[in-house]
Design a protein around this ligand. Sequence first.
Ligand code: IMP
Length: 422
Amino acid sequence: MGVTAVIGLQWGDEGKGKVVDAFCQGADVAVRCQGGANAGHTVVVDGKRFILHLVPSGILTENVICLVGNGVVVDLEVLRGEIEEIGRAGLKTSGRLVLSTKAHVVLPIHKRVEAIQEQKRGDRKIGTTKRGIGPCYSDKCARVGIRVGDILEPSTLAEKIGSLCGTYRDLHNDQPVSSIDENLEHCLRHSDMVKEIAGDAGSLLRRSVSDGKEIILEGSQGFLLDVDHGTYPYVTSSSTGIHGLANGAGLAPTEIGRIVGVAKAYTTRVGAGPLPTLMEEPFQTEVRERGKEYGATTGRPRRCGWLDLSAIRYACALNGVTSLAVTKLDTLSGLEELKLCEGYDYGGNFVNAFAGDLHILKDCTPRYVAHPTWGEIGNLTDSKDLPVAASRYVERMLEAAACRLELISVGPSREQLIRVGR
Ligand code: IMP
């Protein structure tokens, strides 16, 4: 199959971890490409729940080599904790994990600055995960960031950190930010781990492609949080779509043969920003509890909305999605009512593509259609056994996605997965 990319089509938390885990059975290499510890990929293996923030979900499958690509921003503390936890679960990371020397390092100062920025935004705050993601990517683009490779050169590291901290001191002279020593000490504390796992992840990946290996690119967040195409400014600071994955892995886009879009059967959003199809009560609470819709990274309750077909249409079109993975279809089982957003009324017209621009989206009103409900489906393993209503619901998603169906997830465990023939 070559290279498969897995991307989220909504506002994150689509269940990509489980889908990636399914594809990793039989894969050789798994790659995290963008984002950082703001992500929380949940995979349940043999009843044990793993939440991975930085290490690719492929680590849970024996023999899969895991790469943290150049496009990721790395919190070394989180990475160390994760490696230790994986080790405690009896899984090997040694020799299986490579961290790109080009990846940028999230420093204590980034988290501090983010807290100040959010506080200053007042009621326009973004509701970030407070993982320092935005400031770290800002420094990357301003060409003053610290890369993993810099930690391997202690002679120049202090000077680089000194100049970075100096910039922030000047900007935030009214607030205590973070000292040079604190940031330097942070890097040096983790330098042993960095020495062990840092390497040229991009070359290794390109060699694996040439050797015909099976490769999984693991997307983080969702396309509606993309810094260009999402609901800006209520987005994350990376390109969460296919373009960001290719770039963040260090691979030519033309090498990606299969692009799997992951869509949850309903919509959720955590943090600020519009969710036009927000469910009314009691549906929202019911779906949140049934679907355990609480942030894997921050524990915040997620807002829950009806499925937005126009968002799926938009995300699939911009990413060239070749197949669809539908997740959490079981969460909707037994709901008293169900409806779908087919598109929006805007300026007296019906538009069926999502407006990835708040200036337009604020004047859009969702247009819904009622959909029949269905009962429990958590034990099904064949799509032919799905109730007609559930099957028709998935068909509606496929019409919007304009691609074939690949998977349907009907529960949290590895086994609760309906695979549809290629
Ligand atoms: P940041 O990525 O921490 O800067 O947060 C920016 C926005 O993206 C906030 O609304 C977050 O809640 C959201 N966000 C970031 N990462 C994730 C994720 O993995 N799942 C869902 N939302 C996310």
